[in-house]
Design a protein around this ligand. Structure first.
Ligand SMILES: Cc1cc2nc3c(=O)[nH]c(=O)nc-3n(C[C@H](O)[C@H](O)[C@H](O)COP(=O)(O)OP(=O)(O)OC[C@H]3O[C@@H](n4cnc5c(N)ncnc54)[C@H](O)[C@@H]3O)c2cc1C
Length: 308
């Protein structure tokens, strides 16, 4: 939305497409506060922050919004193919900005051995189930990963009546913001165990128990340190990966050591007129920075369209 509004301010018409049936992306499920401290100098919830932009987008005559629409393909000529409720369509664009966000690393990505019972979720999925759909996920949970999403979900689960046994972190320090450690764990007496990780999952139909092992300073498991925690829910908060499968259909240059897409100072990829911003470029802690970056991408994409 920040990119669309910035491009519109430069005088180009914009088609804003999202596969969700609402605007705002991940913000809609983040009902805690702490958004907009830099941009608006106040602490908004995610939906409130999104709402500021939604109101501007709705009023902007240069922006057309298409929801429930999945972009599946793009050609180097900037022909974009999508699928909506009315079928497959294509649009030719002067420039395309990808702001497709990120997705979560799963159990498969970190290869935890054991059986495959129900009760294992990523943190964002649980956040969506509880905050958007009002669905309970379990009774007794362990959270793996002490990043901000894991810490926020620890508090959210306690507030929704789940017993949170602990947060486990393989690093020797908490990786989330200090404010989240205090407000989400210490205020709710949730223990944080550092240098520990889950090494086996037990359970038949539903998760019954986890084996937890100590991790040394080199990141190796400490033999003999294993112990078990009985629980019915494991929440994985073990990292986010930029979502950019569609843009990779183009011959965009990739940074090999990070496997991320290279952009120049105008946030333009190596394919002329194709821009990338937000969490699909690199994962951001603060939405304020995502909005700033979106505005730059919108401004430079408009300059491309206008031949400047
Ligand atoms: C749990 C959590 C807590 C956070 N807490 C804070 C906080 O307290 N303070 C703060 O400042 N920031 C916080 N953040 C960070 C911030 O909210 C995000 O970094 C930011 O909102 C990401 O914006 P984005 O536009 O890059 O991605 P998203 O919001 O993920 O938007 C991407 C959009 O692209 C759409 N999309 C993807 N692929 C396609 C496709 N092929 N076709 C059509 N549409 C597609 C998706 O549907 C989605 O709507 C938090 C994030 C999370 C996950």
């Amino acid at each position: 939305m920040a990119a669309a509004l910035a491009a519109s301010r430069e005088g180009v018409t914009v088609l804003l497409i999202d596969r969700n049936h609402y605007l705002g992306g991940i913000l809609n499920q983040c009902i805690h506060d702490g958004f907009g401290l830099i941009r608006f100098k106040k602490s908004l919830t995610g939906p409130e922050y999104a709402g500021v932009f939604i109101n501007q987008v709705i009023e902007d005559k240069n922006i057309e919004v298409m929801l429930d629409t999945m972009i599946s393909q793009i050609t180097p000529e900037k022909r974009v193919y999508g699928i909506s409720r009315s079928g497959v369509f294509c649009e030719d664009a002067g420039a395309v900005i990808f702001a497709t966000g990120c997705r979560e690393r799963t159990r498969g990505a970190i290869a935890i051995p054991g059986s495959r019972p129900s009760g294992i979720y990523t943190a964002g999925v649980v956040q969506y189930l509880i905050n958007v759909n009002n669905i309970a996920v379990g009774k007794k949970a362990v959270i793996l990963g002490s990043g901000d999403v894991g810490l926020i979900m620890a508090r959210r689960l306690v507030l929704s009546g789940v017993e949170v046994c602990c947060v486990l972190e393989k690093l020797p320090y908490c990786s989330g913001l200090p404010r989240n450690r205090y407000q989400c764990l210490e205020d709710y007496n949730i223990p944080l165990y550092l240098n520990q990780t889950v090494t086996r999952i037990h359970g038949n139909r539903r998760l019954e128990c986890l084996t937890v092992s100590g991790v040394d300073e080199k990141g190796l498991l400490i033999s003999g340190s294993e112990y078990e925690i009985a629980c019915d829910t494991l929440i994985l908060s073990v990292g986010l990966i930029p979502e950019n499968e569609v843009i990779r259909q183009l011959d965009v240059s990739i940074q090999p050591d990070t496997n991320t897409i290279i952009v120049n100072q105008y946030l333009e990829t190596s394919v002329s007129g194709v821009f990338l911003c937000g969490n699909s470029l690199h994962v951001n802690d603060l939405v304020d920075n995502v909005s700033d970056e979106g505005e730059l991408a919108g401004k430079w994409a408009a300059a491309h369209v206008l031949g400047k």
